[in-house]
Design a protein around this ligand. Structure first.
Ligand code: ADP
Ligand code: MG
Length: 251
């Protein structure tokens, strides 16, 4: 190996932003020389390493950006405990075709039945398949919308939301919102409508939306857009948290 030439190649690799190959060029060259690899095999191996590293980096970045509250997968979901949603239904969603069609999913039901877990599990799957996902609670979303004009951080977050392929809005209806807030929410839903998939989790049935949104007209307008192309899951049953309560005393 000619050190000078290796250094020159590294500079070029850097200019081409092929940083994985650049940083480990010697490491890749040694076995290739020993194995007497053909030029084509060597090039193939090198480019594959670059692409693999790049994909891993992008996955990690998108996973971080998604801001999931916890990392729970669909595989970890116990469909024996939660029977109002079937494994088959959720499995049909794992190919993420509904995101391509900007379909929405609505998980409604009382606390602890697995609404957020399913939303996060599908979100993780979407990230793994290369999509941009943004998870936000309704409470945080309201704060972000209200401060987007004055805080750079909120503006950035909102940009992430409006450019995502899938937006998960968690805990809609937990806290009542004011009429101006309902208006901001309506504007966002309208903006995302038919371009971006939304997953909503809510402890409120549709009939209760006018009340917590404080305005029946806005509630209807929002629901119209959310429900138009959507799959609705009415989840029932006991709270998984209560059934699987962790305790600290033994015996
Ligand atoms: P919520 O319906 O209130 O959003 P979560 O989805 O956050 O409830 O569930 C509460 C906790 O219980 C989470 O840690 C979640 O992983 C767990 N959990 C809920 N349902 C199930 C289930 N069927 N199988 C496995 N874990 C579950
Ligand atoms: Mg939840």
């Amino acid at each position: 190996m000619k050190t000078g030439q290796v250094q020159e190649v590294k500079v070029i690799l850097g200019e081409l932003k092929l940083t994985t190959i650049r940083d480990s060029l010697e490491e890749f060259l040694k076995p290739a020389i020993l194995e007497n690899l053909s030029c084509l095999d060597f090039l193939h191996r090198l480019l594959k390493k670059e692409v693999t590293a790049r994909n891993a980096k992008s996955l990690e970045k998108r996973m971080k950006q998604a801001a999931f509250p916890y990392q729970k997968t669909i595989e970890e979901f116990d469909f024996g405990f939660q029977v109002s949603v079937t494994r088959r239904q959720i499995q049909q969603l794992l190919d993420l075709h509904w995101v391509e069609k900007a379909f929405n999913l609505l998980f409604l039901g009382p606390p602890g039945v697995g609404k957020t877990h399913l939303a996060v599990g599908l979100g993780i799957r979407a990230v793994e398949l290369g999509y941009h996902v943004s998870f936000i609670t309704m409470d945080e979303l309201m704060r972000t919308l209200k401060t987007a004009e004055i805080l750079a951080k909120s503006k950035r977050r909102l940009k992430q939301i409006t450019t995502a392929d899938l937006v998960i809005i968690d805990e809609v209806g937990f806290l009542p919102i004011s009429r101006p807030e309902a208006n901001l929410f309506f504007q966002l839903v309208s903006k995302l409508y038919q371009n971006t998939s939304i997953i909503i989790t809510s402890n409120k049935g549709f009939d209760e939306w006018p009340e917590f949104l404080g305005d029946p007209v806005i509630a209807t307008a929002i629901l119209d857009r959310l429900v138009h192309n959507s799959e609705l899951f009415n989840m029932t049953g006991d709270s998984y948290r209560l059934k699987h309560r962790n305790t600290i005393l033994c015996g």
